[in-house]
Design a binder for this molecule. Structure first.
Ligand code: F6R
Length: 369
């Protein structure tokens, strides 16, 4: 049942191109527009939405963080993203024109379920993004957009995460399309780019041997840090979470801009720091800022592991290890940049003799608050 792989996690990492393609399948029509009929919330209601609140836990929360950048950019609707466990207990402001998006692979996470129940009691509409047909969260929501990742068995979420990001983007683009924003042309272009992503994830998977080798060489380290900006920030958090849960190592993700507000004090000789570099094309200011962050940490002795787009030569002088990902628009980069981090964590866990599919102390779905 592991299809020739040693672990479900490896199988599920390898299935990501298909999971992404399946999540797009049937949702884009011949003219390049989205047809999300399954989102049963009528367009009239969606046009009235004046706030979006995303609730989720763990990896699904990281997908939600990425979604916020896309939703606010493409729809101009204010979007908050909050850990479901925090949201429920702080008396959040919810109204009938608030759209709550609950993201959950299992559809059974108790904190997320309690958050959506609370939102519905306040009269808000809830859209679930879920991977498990007929599970509790979609059953209790007003509408559901299923991720078509297929069953995810390994405790550490991989293919579900990528498809959650894709589904969030579909929701963002759909809202943009229904409401008609000034980004109409960009939305069409992004839908086209999204169709390329599956192939690009495949390309990343084909070039992972050096990442595995690097992971093995770090097996006796105690700490790994991850830095990113913009959508690279949640990618950094996700890379750190994977490493914690699988390799049982101290791993932390930071927004690169926060470095000088504290975390840079952690940098010491030979400390591995993974940096997610956004595309130098498009908003190049983001890119240039992170390149100077890499210089800063390297000057203080960090061992830099740089994830950067093919053709980005500016990072070469400062990268002790360079991991290339295909060229994508900045907002889509998490779909390719997360993959090496999954492989990295999986290989480190293996090298440390850990049980990859069943990390200690963790359960696949957390059905207690
Ligand atoms: C991490 C992981 C967890 C889940 C979280 C939410 O690899 O798998 O952090 O993402 O427990 O689970 P779901 O998505 O089922 O609500």
């Amino acid at each position: 049942e592991k299809g020739g792989y040693d672990y479900f996690m490896l199988k599920e990492i390898a299935e990501q191109p298909k999971a992404v393609a399946d999540t797009l399948l049937g949702r884009i029509d011949a003219s390049g527009l989205l047809t999300l009929d399954e989102v049963r919330i009528p367009a009239t209601v969606l046009r009235e939405v004046d706030k979006i609140v995303i609730v989720a836990c763990g990896t699904a929360f990281h997908a939600g963080m990425i979604a916020k950048y896309a939703i606010e950019h493409w729809t101009r609707i204010p979007c908050e993203v909050e850990l479901a466990s925090e949201f429920r207990y702080r008396d959040p402001i919810l109204a009938p024109r608030t759209l709550v998006v609950a993201i959950s692979q299992s559809g059974e996470t108790m904190d997320t379920l309690m958050a959506l129940r609370h939102a519905r009691e306040q009269g808000s509409k809830v859209l679930a993004i879920c991977n498990t047909n007929g599970s509790t969260i979609p059953r209790e929501s007003d509408a559901v957009l299923y991720t078509h990742a297929g069953p995810e068995v390994a405790v550490a979420s991989t293919k579900a995460f990528l498809t959650q990001v894709v589904a969030c983007y579909l929701v963002a683009l759909y809202l943009g399309q229904v409401r008609g924003t000034k980004w109409g042309d960009e939305i069409l272009a992004v839908i086209r780019e999204l169709s390329q992503i599956s192939r690009q994830v495949e390309q990343v998977l084909e070039t992972m041997e050096p990442v595995r080798e690097l992971a093995r060489s770090l097996k006796d380290k105690n700490t790994v840090l991850f830095l990113g900006r913009h959508v690279g920030y949640p990618v950094a958090l996700e890379g750190a979470l994977k490493l914690k849960e699988l390799a049982y190592m101290h791993a932390e993700g930071f927004a690169a801009g926060e470095l000088k507000h504290g975390p840079i004090a952690l940098i010491e000789e030979d400390l591995p720091v993974v940096v997610v570099v956004p595309s130098p094309r498009g908003r190049s200011v983001l890119h240039d800022k992170i390149v100077s962050n890499i210089q800063e940490i390297r000057a203080r002795g960090a061992r830099t592991i740089v994830i950067a787009e093919e053709g980005d030569e500016s990072v070469v002088p400062y990268a002790d290890h360079l991991v290339r990902v295909p060229q994508t628009p900045t907002l889509l980069q998490p779909l390719v940049a997360t993959v090496p981090l999954q492989v990295f964590a999986c290989e480190l866990a293996t090298a440390r003799g850990n049980e990859v599919d069943q990390p200690r102390n963790l359960a696949k779905s957390v059905t207690v608050e």
